[in-house]
Design a protein around this ligand. Structure first.
Ligand SMILES: [Fe+2]
Ligand SMILES: [Fe+2]
Length: 315
């Protein structure tokens, strides 16, 4: 079996719709400036349209234009929001494909490093077992909220952080950045489930979150082990994790900012082995990018131009 495969080689059946990773990179690089956000996002209009037509996000595209991604990403999931059902479906679907990629990432970490210690392989095998269960749990949760596989596009940006050929970098990216993001997203889903009194969702996500804490700990332990006696190597893994964390902050949508749609799960992350210093760093890394007001204003301009163009085309 081939070692070290690229994200575009991941196998999917015909239900899945693939979206280019370039978009998540774009989101992580947006500045706090309305005109630039408008200009950068409009460049991606053909790509956004292509990966949205035929999916359940199509009505959102029709109503908001390509800015629908900014609107859905940056609006907290709250009962009573007009688009909350679609937002929840999008989130569930995103988590589901994330779990599939986490399973693939852990499996790859087990396979790609034949010379790694036996205990490392056992930890990765345990993680595969957990992630397979998470895929099944989220498959059921998708049923629970009424969304099907392929209802939205899949971006493989999570798997991208599982492509380093250095095992220390691999666990820094997957087990600390990706699993850390999972902690934030799951804590937020539990919060929403509690708000609407959905015990099934609350308990199911809570079980999954408990596993993710273990996966972060695998990362914390193995980064130290793989880089012991080499402070420079350790520093490089920290830099890589920060880079991935920046990308996973979606321009501040996941951050400690007051306007964040997904807040940082401080308590869970502490329990998972993140140090106070690392958490402070994450706060700084994720705080950059446009404010919610900037994004809303940019979204309004993009939507107005989009609607005018559609009107022009049909006239
Ligand atoms: Fe998972
Ligand atoms: Fe995990």
């Amino acid at each position: 079996m081939k070692r070290m495969i690229a994200p575009d080689e991941l196998a999917r059946d015909s239900r899945f719709v693939r979206q280019s990773n370039a978009l998540s990179t774009l989101l992580s690089q947006l500045p706090d400036d309305v005109d630039t956000v408008v200009e950068m996002l409009e460049k991606f209009t053909p790509m956004i349209e292509e990966s949205t037509r035929g999916t359940e996000a199509e009505p959102l595209l029709d109503a908001h234009g390509p800015a629908f991604m900014l609107v859905t990403l940056n609006t907290p999931i709250k009962p009573g929001n007009p688009a909350v059902e679609t937002q929840l479906k999008l989130r569930m679907h995103g988590v589901f494909v994330g779990e599939v990629q986490a399973l693939e990432g852990a499996g790859r970490s087990l396979w790609d490093f034949p010379d790694a210690p036996w205990e490392f392989k056992m930890n990765m095998a345990r993680q595969c077992w957990d992630e397979a269960r998470h895929v099944q749990i989220y498959e059921k949760l998708m049923d629970h909220v009424g969304v099907e596989v392929g209802a939205f596009a899949e971006s493989t940006f999570l798997f991208e952080c599982a492509c380093s050929d250095d095992p220390a970098m691999r666990v820094a990216g997957v087990n600390r950045a990706l699993e850390g993001l999972a902690c934030d997203v799951f804590r937020d889903l539990i919060r929403y489930a509690e708000e609407i009194g959905d015990e099934t969702m609350q308990q199911a996500v809570d079980y999954v979150l408990a596993d993710e804490l273990t996966h972060v700990r695998f990362g914390s332990d193995w980064v130290k082990e793989f880089t012991k006696d080499d402070p420079d190597h350790f520093k490089r893994t920290q830099e890589f994790r920060k880079e991935v964390d920046k990308q996973f902050s979606f321009g501040g949508a996941r951050s400690d900012r007051e306007d964040a749609a997904i807040p940082i799960a401080w308590e869970d992350r502490r329990e998972a082995g993140f140090s106070e210093e690392e958490l402070e760093e994450l706060t700084t890394i994720s705080a950059g990018g446009p404010t919610r007001d900037t994004l809303l204003e940019a979204s309004r301009i993009i939507r107005d131009r989009w609607l005018a163009k559609q009107k022009g085309a049909s006239a």
